[in-house]
Design a protein around this ligand. Structure first.
Ligand SMILES: *Cc1c(COP(=O)(O)O)cnc(C)c1O
Length: 400
């Protein structure tokens, strides 16, 4: 089949809830992917940071095949020999006390909402059904009903209500606004350390530290959604480390399996997860041995192959190279590690066109919102490969 035929099948039989670039991929290795005609592209999106370890990392492939031949799913009705070791390794790596594994990022966020609400009722003594959670404007935490209910993005919400109550929205980057929104019923503050989907929005220095102090003072839980920023993306294991803080609860997903298999997790430093009793929460696939085995290897290669340090170094280099580009289309360049956003001026005609032109030159990235191009290649990228990317990016930002 040719690319047009694959696209036609998707358009005919699939719901149209995405608008992908028209490139039909069939193979990947490291930072490179190949389409059905054999054309090669550099992947500068990494499946929204799920493929931090690079496509089809050979060690993760090996684990996946071996585990798939042994045992894939027991459900949590029984125990399996991957879950305990996965918990221990993950807790040691992240200095957490407890883990609750789920499948998607949104499910893990939902899990946190349940956990801190129950924590609020059982531990803080908040009156029944009155718990409040503070969230930020322009947040992205997933696509379930509860989560889109506190989105400020009209398209994410419109037409899908009614929504659960109990969320207060404050501006991102403004610690005083968090403090002002606290009531006797507040149980937690949920935010992204850097807002990825909103266009790589980096809060002012000291913000996370201030919010953490406010949470401590008021005995409420700080939850960081590190699904996109975590596991090396910003040049640290977690983005919170840039501010020298530790969240009470951290949510991870995406790169936890190196892009092989859906797995997410809630990590808790306080005893928030301790409120769950048998039967309170669950998932048929959550904590399955295949996901756990894959995640154990995905974490191992992230550390052993120094991908986090590389993200820091290559991110600094990429950012400095981008800042050398003088183009009338660029409004602002932002980034931490290998999570980089190039915001274009409105007159540039939208980021989508630039992504289309980059695709034609062999570089895949995706617009986020109208005017931001996000560059987030796998963390294994080299300096020479960034130079290769920069040639194409520079020419696209200068032509028109
Ligand atoms: C991707 C993402 C999610 C949702 O994860 P899914 O696996 O798509 O449900 C939540 N929060 C952030 C910050 C994300 O980037």
């Amino acid at each position: 089949m040719n690319p047009q035929q694959y696209i036609q099948l998707e358009e005919t039989f699939g719901a149209h809830n995405y608008k992908p670039l028209d490139v039909v991929l069939s193979r990947g290795r490291g930072i490179w992917v190949y389409d059905v005609e054999g054309n090669k592209y550099m992947d500068c999106l990494s499946a929204y940071s799920a493929v931090n370890q690079g496509h089809c990392h050979p060690k993760i492939v090996k684990t996946m095949i071996e585990q798939a031949q042994k045992l894939t799913l027991t459900s949590r009705a029984f125990r399996n020999d991957q879950l305990g070791p996965f918990y221990k390794e993950l807790c040691e790596l992240t200095r957490s006390h407890k883990v609750l594994p789920m499948n998607s990022g949104a499910e893990a966020v939902e899990t946190v909402i349940k956990a801190i609400r129950k924590w609020g009722y059982k531990v803080k003594g908040i009156p029944r059904d009155r718990a409040e959670i503070i969230v930020c404007e322009n947040n992205f935490h997933g696509r379930t009903i509860a989560i889109i209910g506190f989105s400020t993005e009209a398209q994410y919400r419109d037409g899908f209500g009614p929504y659960p109550a109990g969320f207060n929205i404050v501006p991102f980057g403004d610690a005083a606004a968090v403090e002002a929104a606290i009531t006797p019923h507040t149980v937690g503050v949920l935010l992204e350390p850097i807002q990825g989907e909103a266009g790589v929005i980096i809060p002012p220095p000291g913000y996370l530290k201030d919010v953490k102090a406010i949470c401590e003072k008021n005995d409420i839980v700080l939850i960081l959604d590190e699904i996109q920023t975590g596991l090396g993306r910003t040049g640290k294991l977690f983005a919170e480390e840039h501010e020298g803080i530790e969240a009470d609860v951290t949510v991870i997903g995406k790169a936890l399996s190196g892009g092989f298999y859906p797995i997410s997790a809630v990590l808790s430093n306080k005893e928030v997860l301790g409120v769950f009793m048998p039967g309170d929460h669950g998932s048929t696939f959550g904590g399955n041995p295949l996901a756990c085995a894959v995640a154990r290897t995905a974490l191992k290669v992230l550390i052993q192959e120094n991908m986090i340090e590389n993200a820091q170094k290559m991110g600094d280099y990429f950012l400095s190279q981008l800042k050398n580009v003088h183009s009338p289309f660029i409004k602002e360049i932002r980034g931490k590690g290998l999570l980089i956003g190039v915001e274009l001026v409105p007159e540039a005609g939208g980021a989508r066109g630039f992504c289309e032109r980059l695709k034609a030159k062999g570089l895949l990235c995706k617009e986020t919102h109208e005017n931001v191009i996000r560059f987030a290649p796998p963390l294994v990228i080299t300096k020479a490969q960034i130079d290769w990317a920069m040639e194409r990016i520079e020419s696209v930002l200068k032509e028109r």
